[in-house]
Design a protein around this ligand. Sequence first.
Ligand code: MRU
Length: 349
Amino acid sequence: MIPTLEWTSDGVRFIDQTKLPLEETYVLATNYQQVADVIVTMVVRGAPAIGVSAAMGVALGAKSTTALTTEEFTPEFDQICTLLAATRPTAVNLFWAIDRMKAIFTQLSSSGATLHDIQQSLLAEALKMYDQDIADCKAIGAHGAHLMPDVGGVLTHCNAGALATCGYGTALGVIRGAVEQGKQIHVFADETRPFLQGARLTAWELMADNIPTTVLCDNMAAVLMRQGRIQAVVVGADRIAANGDAANKIGTYSVAILAREHGIPFYIAAPWSTIDRATATGDLIPIEERASIEVTHHGGKQLTPHGVGICNPAFDVTPAKYITAIITERGILRAPYSQSLQVMELVTP
Ligand code: MRU
């Protein structure tokens, strides 16, 4: 399995996703500030991977504190959580993971636990999230595999694979699950401008698994759909609102509209931790705006004239009406999502 991130005795080790596919190098974050930096600079990216990275960052911050008591550590703990929460705004998994770490801290500190016990419990919680993420991705894969064609083309956008999670992936987990069932899937990977997660990362990890893959520029999907080469679309999500609207990598929304126009099912694959019931609709999801240099430059070379206006929203929101189903580890949700989310939460809490 691709080692996206792992806890080691020296710190948290990440595969450097900014260097893939040309170089397979690793970055070791030895303090929580470095973990925050690794998230901001996209060495690690993808909603579930960001969440578990932040949890490990909190555990690392607790491990390396010079505080001697829980009381002394409390303001530092808040500082650690605040810094990690400020790294990226859209993927709700980040806040979900930090909230879980905060809940452990609050519970233990209010019951008089020693700082040593708190350090151990924070690490145990982060490692639990890591294992759970892999198990969730495998369950998503098993549920979603049935929705994939027996033989055919499946389009994906960005990278919702092993590299975006602790392993196996969400959207790519569904594809892996289908391939494991013996389905003959050919993956079409949108290159995903401007950061090229599809061209660089999805292509790299699928090729490592010998899954047939073709990279296309983002503006080519319509033609392939019209030619009958794409039977399904499956993508990940960074935050799913209570009504089923789903934020994912910029460009996902246009793929969903194209799929609808061509009568192709459009699936979102995401763990339950990506669902944000506190956010009523997609309009309320905060969308990260990234640096203009990602658009103006490529490979160190300037592409655009000096001074031209640039926009670089990292995500867009696909309205629920375009989503055929949402595939989670608990099962498959169908519209109306506000109801199916509520029902599934009751059935499988
Ligand atoms: O900016 P990124 O690369 O972090 O964006 C990633 C995506 O949009 C993924 O599709 C999403 O996080 C789902 S990952 C399982």
